[in-house]
Design a protein around this ligand. Structure first.
Ligand code: SAH
Ligand code: SF4
Ligand code: F3S
Length: 448
């Protein structure tokens, strides 16, 4: 019988996308995926190192898997992803039940490594590559989302923001072959997917031969007008007018930009080595608004970076108000070993101060999210139907172009349809509405 595996994934969308590659590599080598980890012959954990609590969660989970291994001695445990890359052999010392440690550029080698592990040895493979993009490996999409898929278009990051572990665990920046991306988009559309998110740590600096990100996005948008395109993440320094113009030209390129600011203080941005200041950032915000007045803007913010004063913190709150973000991911600064910040600056904002500032940032964002949603009440949006609402099976949910979740009473629409919803009510998290006109199936919109 085939050996079975289970993959549990932590971290960013890149990691989820990598798990689909791993899945594909393993299935091609004759392994079968299984949904219940208790029954698997091999458990993989695809890990994240971005903050200390992300690593702690994985280490706690590993303890559970170790208990299982005591009862089931043939079970093998493999650590993949960013923690594997950061800690290497040390992971096996920390947790003896680990058999296999494989970094993000070594997944093609998994079948060989598993053969080694079968003989009872431990295996570690953590070399980073300057070329690997897994370009021709067809990811196996495992989730229950049949509407929306990710395509990784580049790997690695060379920005070396002072706080960030990613450049160390993901290696050099490299862009994937342009044609393979377009082919994958076409295939996904034929399989019924209606939304694709192009992924990379810094997608705006994509370049393959002479194709840049704006050109790639335009080509992907031309696959079919019914295929929506999104992308993440943009670094402010690389957000070009050419890209904004391309976005404005194609109705199926979603009007939503995730543009992490990190801090609203110029002194802190400089220490963070973000390569822009608040004036540059606000100029990019004006450019977005000029090209696409209806574009939503979301962000990432770090509270309590090294040396952050109360005045720096207030600048962050002010900048949030100036931009009026529709949503944000907000974090407490977590020192990561070997980064520029950990080697050069003391982590000197006390934890209770970090927590208080984070709470203030979250409260401000709640207020801004609600305001942004309230401004949508009365408007009608095209919504791509994604599934049944968690709260009631009489309601469906989807997203509008601005990436806001819209909940509405289900009538006869199907998952994957585009419908027009008039927003009648909202919370800070969702828009609520009802069908604005007759059902428009995908085909109806296409023939319009
Ligand atoms: N490449 C993306 C984001 C990568 S990580 C970008 O540059 O925008 C996602 C977010 O985690 C970052 O935007 C940052 O806000 C946060 N983050 C990264 N390192 C962190 C750290 N050491 N402590 C707290 N938050 C961190
Ligand atoms: Fe980290 Fe900065 Fe690279 Fe984003 S751009 S992954 S924050 S180093
Ligand atoms: Fe985490 Fe690695 Fe992504 S550190 S955020 S899983 S690139």
């Amino acid at each position: 019988m085939n050996k079975t595996f289970f993959i549990e994934t932590y971290g960013c969308q890149m990691n989820f996308s990598d798990s689909e590659i791993v899945h594909s590599v393993l299935v091609s080598a004759g392994y079968s995926a299984i949904e219940n980890y208790k029954e698997a012959d091999i458990i993989f954990v695809n890990t994240c190192s971005i903050r200390d609590n992300a690593e702690q969660r994985v280490l706690n989970r590993l303890q559970e898997f170790s208990f299982l291994k005591k009862k089931k001695t043939h079970l093998k445990i493999g650590i993949l992803g960013c923690m594997a890359e950061r800690l290497k052999e040390e992971l096996i010392e920390i947790q003896q039940s680990v058999d296999l440690v494989v970094g993000p550029d070594a997944y093609r080698n998994l079948p060989n490594l598993l053969n080694t592990v079968e003989t009872g040895e431990k295996a570690v493979s953590v070399l980073l590559s300057e070329e690997e993009t897994y370009a021709e490996i067809e990811p196996v999409r495992v989730g229950d989302n049949q509407v929306s898929a990710f395509i990784a278009i580049m790997r690695g990051c060379e920005n070396f923001c002072a706080y960030c572990v990613v450049p160390y665990v993901r290696g050099k920046e490299r862009s994937r072959d342009f044609e393979t991306i377009i082919e994958e988009a076409k295939k996904l559309f034929e399989q019924g997917y209606r939304e694709i998110t192009l992924l990379g740590q810094n997608v705006n600096s994509y370049h393959y031969n002479d194709v840049n990100f704006a050109q790639l996005l335009a080509r992907a948008a031309e696959v079919n007008p019914l295929l929506r395109l999104r992308f993440a993440t943009s670094h402010p320094k690389d957000l070009s007018d050419e890209l904004l113009e391309t976005m404005s030209k194609y109705p199926n390129i979603c009007k939503a930009i995730h543009l992490p600011i990190q801090s609203g203080s110029d002194a802190i941005l400089k220490k963070m080595k973000r390569k822009y200041d608040s004036a540059w950032y606000l100029d990019r915000i004006s450019a977005i608004r000029r090209y696409m007045p209806d574009c939503s803007i979301s962000t990432d913010i770090i509270a309590g970076f090294c040396g952050e004063t109360e005045a720096d913190h207030q600048n962050t709150i002010k900048l949030m108000e100036t931009v009026g973000y529709s949503s944000a991911f907000m974090f407490k600064y977590s020192e990561r070993p070997n980064t520029f910040a950990s080697e050069n600056y003391p982590d000197d904002v006390p934890d209770d101060v970090k927590s208080r500032r984070l709470t203030e940032i979250i409260d401000k964002q709640q207020e801004l999210s609600l305001k942004s949603n309230q401004a949508d009440v009365g408007k009608t949006f095209e919504v791509l139907v994604e599934g049944v609402s968690k709260k009631s099976d009489k309601q469906y949910f989807g997203r509008n172009s601005q990436n806001k979740v819209v909940v509405f009473d289900h009538t006869n629409e199907k998952i994957g349809d585009y419908v027009h919803i008039k927003v009648t009510d909202c919370s800070a998290i969702t828009l609520k509405g009802s069908r604005h006109c007759e059902l428009q199936s995908s085909e109806a919109i296409q023939n319009k």
